[in-house]
Design a protein around this ligand. Structure first.
Ligand code: ZN
Length: 241
């Protein structure tokens, strides 16, 4: 079985469509695993929910998913994120709200626990350092954990009670050691590469294939500005930050 790992789509339909085309080109998958933040920042939140729901998928809740429907407070959001969040809330139909409302905080599939932020704090915690990862290895029961939220691809590996951080390469072979893996963001990458990031997990081969996919960033930027979303959020897409 093969699974696509998609995180932080953030209402960026063009990036999401480009990733789905790339998945098809690579032979398709049996299920999409979505790590939350389907909406927020981008110009097409409802369309992204609809496209996700047309596929066989599972999805956990992200902070933007629940903030957009008022389920959690936006007081911790920066002003641009808060503005985009209020804008997003106004674009959602009752069915979209019901879908986001019902998303679980964590899911387990085979060897993987799936969360948005971290297994310790699924909605809010960023796992970006060895220290943060180390504290989280004790917070889930499966062998590995998939996370999003930081929008920065990375692999944290637990070895003899030591934790290491590694770059996520195009091919990650799963072995004996426990891993926490972040496959980056589809709709708003923040590692300096503006291309959409995602991965395919092949359970038979025990390999995670990480990919980057280009899309028409400029068109999305123009659309965001024309819809009245903060210009800063459009500009950052071009920098991959
Ligand atoms: Zn996000």
């Amino acid at each position: 079985m093969r699974y696509a790992i998609l995180a932080d789509i953030h209402g960026n339909l063009a990036a999401f469509e480009a990733v789905l085309r790339d998945i098809d080109d690579k032979g398709g998958v049996d299920e999409l695993w979505c790590l939350g933040d389907v909406v927020g920042y981008g110009p097409d939140p409802a369309e992204c929910i609809a496209l996700l729901r047309r596929h066989t998928h599972i999805c956990v809740a992200g902070n933007h998913d629940w903030a957009a429907i008022g389920k959690i407070d936006i007081c911790d959001f920066n002003p641009h994120a808060a503005e985009a969040c209020r804008w997003t809330g106004g674009r959602l139909a009752p069915g979209d709200i019901e879908y986001l409302e019902g998303l679980p905080l964590r899911l387990e599939r085979g060897d993987f626990t799936i969360v948005h932020g971290s297994p310790r704090e699924p909605i809010w915690e960023y796992v970006m350092s060895v220290h943060e990862a180390e504290a989280n290895f004790g917070c889930y029961d499966t062998k590995h954990c998939l996370i999003g939220h930081s929008h920065v691809p990375a692999v944290f590996e637990l070895s003899d009670n030591n934790c290491l951080i590694e770059e996520l390469k195009p091919l990650l072979k799963l072995g004996e050691r426990r891993l926490i893996v972040n496959c980056g963001s589809v709709g708003q990458p923040r590692d300096g590469d503006p291309r959409a990031a995602y991965a395919i997990y092949d359970a038979g081969e025990q390999v995670i294939y990480h990919s980057r996919v280009g899309y028409d960033v400029e068109r999305v930027q123009q659309r965001m500005v024309s819809l009245g979303l903060p210009r800063f959020l459009a500009e950052r897409l071009g920098h991959g930050w």
